[in-house]
Design a protein around this ligand. Structure first.
Ligand code: PEP
Length: 252
């Protein structure tokens, strides 16, 4: 049984005050849902305040990134050790980090290791760019990203994967449910080949890319898709609530 997850990636949005207001609006409605894991990933500076606000609720907290060294002279970075007491999840390898901050497969791999070492659960993002998709290279690209991200890692803990086609992120051009499901099926097969049939069957794989309350049902009705990583729509309480509620109704 894979418990569905809806995770909100707020990216570089919200001041601490705005983050608190958004959580208050979400929390009031979400307390009643118990069959979906709900994770909020605000900017680092809001983790602590939001952690206090969601205490006693079923909402969980994630960071958007981490640095792979535990401590030292790395000005401006935040390590796994610093996050371990603050949140349960951490997004790793988001395409915006690969694109704007030159994160390679090796860096992503180091970040996954750092997270797992301290008991943080990584939400590992993989996905092809538009030109790769158009050249029919989706399968090759996601397989390479998966293998490099997980190279040498024997135990995945509860690691989740988010399949996020880069062309669908923040563009309003979501993949179809069927497209997303096909690629997620392939990723699941790859995980089973790399680890075991059991792990392939158990790992939760989310779809991400322009998910909204309007199109969420299309993704959630696909048995291969275990939830969503939501960017833009997670900044609006009614949108996020709509996505979570539909997931709760559609997934068993
Ligand atoms: C994301 O940032 O992971 C994402 C999927 O963004 P959006 O929902 O805005 O496309």
């Amino acid at each position: 049984m894979r418990v569905p997850m809806i995770a909100g990636n707020w990216k570089m949005n919200t001041t601490v005050g705005e983050a608190i207001e958004l959580v208050k609006a979400i929390r009031a409605e979400l307390d009643r849902i118990d069959n979906v894991d709900m994770v909020l990933c605000p900017p680092f500076i809001s983790l602590s305040a939001i952690g206090e606000l969601i205490k006693g609720s079923s909402i969980k907290l994630g960071a958007q990134n981490l640095y792979f060294e535990e401590k030292g002279a790395y000005t401006g970075e935040v390590s796994s050790l610093m996050l371990a007491g603050l949140c349960e999840f951490v997004i790793v390898g988001h395409s915006e980090r690969r694109q704007y901050f030159n994160e390679t497969g090796e860096i992503v791999n180091n970040k996954v290791r750092a997270a797992l070492k301290v008991g943080l659960t990584p939400i590992l993002c993989i996905g092809e760019r538009l030109e790769e998709n158009e050249a029919g290279r989706t399968k090759e690209v996601v397989t390479e990203q998966l293998e490099s991200s997980l190279a040498g890692i024997d135990c995945l803990g509860g690691l989740l994967i988010a399949y996020e086609p880069v062309w669908a992120i923040g563009t309003g051009r979501a993949a179809s449910g069927e497209q997303a499901s096909d690629t997620i099926g392939l990723i699941r097969r790859n995980v089973a080949d790399l680890y075991s049939e059991k792990i392939g069957g158990e790992i939760r794989i989310l779809y991400g890319g322009s998910v909204t309350a309007e199109n969420a049902a299309e993704f959630m009705s696909q048995p291969e898709i275990d939830g969503a990583l939501v960017g833009g729509a997670s900044l609006k309480a009614d949108q996020f609530l709509g996505i979570v509620k539909q997931t709760s109704e559609i997934k068993p």
